[in-house]
Ligand binder design. Sequence first.
Ligand code: VGL
Ligand code: ZN
Length: 197
Amino acid sequence: MTHALIVIDVQNDFCPGGALAVAEGDQIVAPINAMMDDFDAVILTQDWHPAGHSSFASSHPGKNPFEMTQMPYGPQVLWPDHCVQGTDGAGFHPDLRTDGDLIIRKGFRSAIDSYSAFFENDHDTPTGLKGYLDTRGIRQLTLVGLATDFCVHFSAVDAARLGFDTTVNMAACRAIDMDGSLAAAEKAMRDAGVSLI
Ligand code: VGL
Ligand code: ZN
């Protein structure tokens, strides 16, 4: 069985001091580095938005970060500007090992956000990751990274729905946790058949 580690968005903007800092986001770097050698493949994702992205509150006059808006594809949280392509904030945490097999970037279309590593937030536009995994015969996935309740959550649910044997290692994840989003994410992942360890 080919087992891949998927490292979600361990980027400067999601770590303390970053634009959309996740509490203790940097504390998962050393454990993730240590896990990498135990897998047949390591894939990293990178949130990679153009300036003025539609998920940024700054693109919606009168709206503040962490408010909701309605997008053509459904409700969307508005975020502080973060992970703008080519900026330091979009870079990986400096201590993260980036010697994995594949780096997949997402969120690069201005009009649509992309939490999941598999599909953008319309739940329809693919990122190409499934094709890569299928081509390599990878059927088993362990997910780690940031943030538990957004990008890890949606990636894990999509992975399970696509038929991958999917585990989230919660010790190597950290959450934004707004309005109960962490508890809701844990329930949604379990309901989709994801193993939380
Ligand atoms: C993420 C919010 C906005 C994440 C990315 O990586 O969880 N969250 N963009
Ligand atoms: Zn983002």
